[in-house]
Design a protein around this ligand. Structure first.
Ligand code: HEM
Length: 414
């Protein structure tokens, strides 16, 4: 559970971490504390990661890299790296969902699935999903916010993301329960993710965790059998069917969306607001609203909500002058790789070498990237769309959470 504390005062502490120096120091310090609260080892790993250029071996942990080119070389090489053997996230999923995962998540079936789901989230369909899922709720939040009411953006993000899941999966919910129903959906996704991704050290799950995870998956995707044939094209189920995916593929993909696209997106929304305020960059954005797309890209880069990506080595290879052996593990430190490029700046141009490493790379590149961007753009519209700045009234970091995130971030028009 998150612990309440007043962290709004500008920080004065000195730090040995060069990632925290320079302009935007308050923004960096808050991000640093947020990472520590989530997983105390994370800032140390990120700090160690600065030495991992191009690649370094850490006893007990395996290989780490924070070099964008090496990172992409790893993520683009399915002949030598996999996420399916022990140490990879696919191995966890196979225990929960069944052996078909080996084909669909990383085997030939994965290529086929990705080819056919390429059009699932385009810029256009994503904007439509956001409008469809959030329209009314976001409008009412914006009206209240612009009228001067404080809003807990971390809570609102969880509600919005829950609402997105309900829309995408066509999940039956009791509309009369309002926000509570959507918070609950978010928490369900959070629970599943904590089981399915919650360990970087050992990927063999105990039977009781497998049973809990299976019950959650059934709750989230059990309805798909009945609605598959008739689901509207507005839902992911209908779109998957129209794109030629089978029921099994649709269920697998829906589960993945739930896990991959909930906490990450909610984390980025509130952290983007904090960065804009802490760095003072919201004023530059208000002066030049054309920088909105940049502001979103920068928020994704600096927050990198999935701070590391794990893989297992399938076959011996040389990379960055080192020899990696089959069976070893490697972690791509995306947060470090992305943050070494500098602090949050709304006018920072696209960084070709990093590309969009916050979404991974290669065959597993985030499927929901356009949706995440559309979601962040909509939240940005709520925050500064009226041309007036906002302030942070209070904040709490989420403690012991898988994806670093604010437990609470209360914002108000300045
Ligand atoms: C800020 C938000 C997000 C971030 C930072 C993010 C990050 C990532 C990363 C790093 C991966 C690659 C994992 C790996 O290679 O092991 C990934 C995969 C994936 N993401 Fe996202 N994601 C975000 C939002 C979303 C959303 C909104 C959705 C959809 C609703 C989504 C769906 C997926 C799926 C389905 C995959 C698996 C793709 C595959 O294995 O082929 N993500 N995401």
């Amino acid at each position: 559970m998150p612990v309440a504390e007043d962290l709004t005062a500008p920080t004065r502490e000195r730090t040995l971490n060069p990632l925290l120096d320079g302009l935007g120091r308050s923004a960096r310090a808050h991000e640093h504390r947020l990472l520590s609260a989530a997983r105390p080892a994370l800032p140390y790993l990120n700090w160690l990661g600065m030495l991992a250029r191009p690649i370094m071996k850490v006893p007990g942990l395996g290989w780490i890299t924070s070099d964008p080119l090496t990172a992409r070389a790893v993520l683009n090489d399915p002949d030598h790296f996999t996420l399916l053997s022990e140490g990879g996230v696919g191995h966890l999923w196979a225990q929960i969902l069944g052996d078909w995962v080996y084909d669909l998540f990383d085997g030939p079936g994965h290529y086929d699935l990705r080819t056919r789901s390429r059009e699932l989230f385009t810029e256009r369909t994503s904007a439509t999903f956001v409008e469809h899922a959030w329209g009314g709720r976001l409008d009412s939040a914006r009206t209240a916010f612009e009228a001067g009411e404080p809003i807990d953006l971390a809570d609102l993000s969880r509600i919005l993301v829950g609402q997105m899941v309900v829309t995408l999966l066509g999940l039956p919910v009791e509309a009369s329960r309002g926000d509570a129903a959507y918070r609950e959906i978010f928490e369900t996704g959070e629970e599943l993710a904590s089981i399915a991704l919650g360990t970087t050290a050992d990927t063999v799950l105990p039977p009781e965790k497998i049973a809990t995870a299976r019950a959650i998956v059934e709750r989230l995707t059990g309805h798909i059998d009945a609605v598959f044939a008739t689901a509207s094209g507005d839902t992911i189920i209908g779109r998957c069917r129209d794109l030629g995916l089978s029921i099994t593929e649709t269920k697998g993909l829906s589960t993945l969306l739930m896990v991959a696209g909930t906490e990450t997106a909610a984390s980025a929304m509130a952290r983007m607001a904090a960065l804009l305020y802490d760095s003072g960059e919201q004023h530059r954005l208000i002066e030049n609203p054309k920088l909105r797309e940049n502001a979103v890209r920068e928020a994704l880069r600096v927050t990198s909500p999935a701070p590391l990506i794990g893989r297992s080595v399938l076959a011996d290879l040389e990379i960055g002058g080192r020899t990696l052996r089959a069976g070893e593990r490697i972690m791509v430190l995306t947060w470090t790789a992305n943050n070494l490029a500098g602090e949050y700046r709304v006018d920072r141009p696209y960084i070709p070498q990093n590309r969009q490493l916050w979404f991974g790379a290669g065959r597993h590149l985030c499927l929901g990237g356009p949706l995440a961007r559309a979601e962040l753009d909509a939240v940005l519209g709520m925050l500064v769309g009226d041309g007036r700045p906002f302030r942070i009234v209070s904040r709490r970091y989420g403690r012991k959470v898988l994806i670093p995130a604010y437990a609470s971030l209360v914002v108000q028009k300045a």
